[in-house]
Design a binder for this molecule. Structure first.
Ligand code: ZN
Length: 223
């Protein structure tokens, strides 16, 4: 357990420490609507600790007996320079690359926490709650605002996203985050999920695709 390291798409280790994961909620309009949430006035931020990270190509373990564990497939950004109250240019210069991550969410637990006005960590920050792909270097990415990705579960398309549909685009999001707290080399930012969240079940086969870059397969196992 906890043997995660950042890797590139060839499975080679990237020489950056494993840090925190900063996540944004409600960054795609159609996902806000599917959960009947309000559009936030400023980005809704939360974190996962480094112990949430694991490789997505290993079987993905989901907790049992805690209600629904739902998929949220998101573009993940790997940071390689310190960012404090950063400018747009500083942010662009501090992105190692992009990949795909699953923001696994215990939705029933989260709903209870939300209703009590409590933080979401028990629903979103458990061990293994952030299965992560390898990363594509930024130099190989044509545009951060035209990244297409999708999630197929047992042969059926469940999520389809395009970074052009983000309410707050990737670079602006990182500027905003760095105004609230410092991003360190080796931190990851998860940029929000498009619509199509749903329960994952033991035995299901998942295909994660970052179009023009990679296609990964994994499966779900119950803990
Ligand atoms: Zn999410």
């Amino acid at each position: 357990m906890f043997d995660y390291t950042h890797q590139n798409c060839e499975g080679k280790n990237i020489n950056l420490e494993v840090g925190k994961v900063v996540c944004v909620g409600r960054n795609y309009m159609l996902h806000i609507q599917e959960l009947n949430n309000d559009v936030p006035e400023q980005p809704l931020l939360f974190m996962k600790p480094s112990t949430a990270l694991c490789s997505v190509v290993e079987p993905v373990s989901i907790p049992s007996n805690l209600g629904e564990c739902q998929n949220e497939l998101e573009i993940a950004v790997l940071i390689d320079k310190r960012l404090t109250k950063a400018t747009h240019d500083e942010v662009v210069n501090a992105i190692w690359g992009v990949g795909l991550g699953l923001d696994l969410t215990l939705r029933d637990v989260q709903t209870k926490l939300k209703n009590k006005g409590q933080p979401w960590e028990r629903a979103k920050s458990f061990d293994g709650s952030c299965p992560m792909s390898g990363f594509i270097p930024l130099s190989e990415v044509d545009s951060l605002t035209a990244l297409k990705f999708n999630l197929v579960v047992d042969g059926e398309l469940r999520q389809q996203g395009n970074s052009k549909d983000m309410i707050i685009p990737i670079v602006d999001l990182l500027v905003e985050i760095s105004n609230s707290f410092t991003l360190m080399p080796g931190d990851i930012v998860m940029t929000g999920t498009p619509k199509g969240v749903g329960a994952l079940k033991s035995g299901e086969h998942l295909t994660l695709e970052l179009m023009d870059h990679f296609l990964l397969k994994t499966k779900i196992v119950e803990l």
